[in-house]
Write a protein that binds this ligand. Structure first.
Ligand code: MTE
Length: 307
């Protein structure tokens, strides 16, 4: 049974003989797992299966993008232990009935955490398969009762230079804090989750503890980490990578093999682990393989222009 309450997820530091550990041994022995094996999920939504091997845990937690801790892939796992993640406050504002400052614990109390095995495709053309532990974002947002003006949701990462050395860097191209956004129908889609864990344990800091966004059909940069603010808006919010280079990164950032990045092809990807001699390259799928579930959200849009 892979359905838990948030407070039941063991923290990353301890390694109890929990059912998750048993599950991990099981995964190791089988090699390939599929979300469908564990259906039906608490949400009642049937998550499409990913019949591909999981990316090893040490890569998921050791090869990261989290510029608040540096620009190299190893920087986050080296430096993120400095971040204090409890207690954690979240500010909710904008077009909703319930706004204010909340303790994260209260925001997610009573909600169910589901294991979601998703493909994860970075805009840099590498990819992984990750067993997230997550809560459907729609279940969280519904608690704040957004009103009919809420057409978008904006998310903001913690700004705390004392614990996030990248935010103190003299020559950073990022105007901190990191921000992201979704259209409300994207945010409410059952595939969109807030991850609070990975590989059966609480999220390690380098993966965005205590909670981060996962939108499996979009490039990884939409998956904003360590969120401290949620704002419901009428207008499309800005997002960090689009602010840095609008000709290279858009608001939608749907995985799209037909629209190349100006500096590299998006037609294929390196599935990690990948080496020079064994690149493990595979074709990139439209919407990262989730087209059947989400393509209709974009009916009538020119995705080459709204990339
Ligand atoms: N969130 C914040 N706050 N800062 C970041 O630098 N990087 C993004 C995204 N979320 C980033 C972030 C990018 S570019 C990617 S690919 C994913 O996080 C990486 O997530 P992972 O390290 O868990 O694989």
């Amino acid at each position: 049974m892979l359905i838990k309450k948030p407070e039941d997820i063991p923290s990353y530091e301890i390694t109890p003989e929990s059912q998750f550990i048993n599950r991990r041994q099981f995964v190791k022995s089988v090699g390939i797992v599929s979300a469908g094996m564990f259906s039906p999920l608490a949400s009642g939504y049937t998550v499409p299966e990913v019949n591909e091997p999981l990316t090893p845990e040490n890569i998921v937690t050791g090869y990261n993008n989290f510029y608040e801790f540096g620009t190299e892939k190893m920087d986050p796992s080296e430096h993120a232990h400095r971040l204090t993640t409890a207690p954690w406050q979240v500010k909710v504002s904008g077009e909703a009935e319930m706004t204010g400052e909340f303790d994260l614990e209260d925001v997610i109390k009573g909600l169910t955490v589901e294991e979601r095995i998703y493909r994860f495709r970075c805009v840099e053309a590498w990819s992984m398969v990750v067993p997230w532990m997550g809560i459907p974002l729609k279940d969280i947002l519904a608690r704040f009762k957004p009103n009919s003006n809420a057409r978008y949701v904006e998310f903001t990462t913690l700004y705390r230079p004392s614990e996030m050395p990248g935010q103190k860097a003299l020559f950073s191209s990022i105007d901190w804090p990191y921000v992201e956004g979704l259209r409300i129908d994207e945010a409410m889609h059952p595939l969109t989750i807030i991850a609070v864990g990975v590989y059966g344990r609480k999220l390690p800091n380098q993966n965005g503890s205590p909670w981060r966004l996962i939108v499996p059909w979009k490039y990884g940069f939409k998956g904003i980490k360590s969120i401290v603010s949620i704002r419901f808006t009428r207008r499309q919010p800005v997002n960090t990578w689009k602010l840095i280079a609008p000709s290279e990164y858009g608001f939608y950032a749907n995985v799209n093999p037909a629209v190349d990045h100006p500096r590299w092809s998006q037609a294929s990807e390196r599935r990690l682990p990948s080496t020079l001699f064994s690149p493990n390259r595979r074709p990139t799928l439209p919407f990262n393989g989730y087209a059947e579930q989400v393509a209709s959200l974009y009916d009538g849009m020119d995705l080459a222009r709204q990339y």
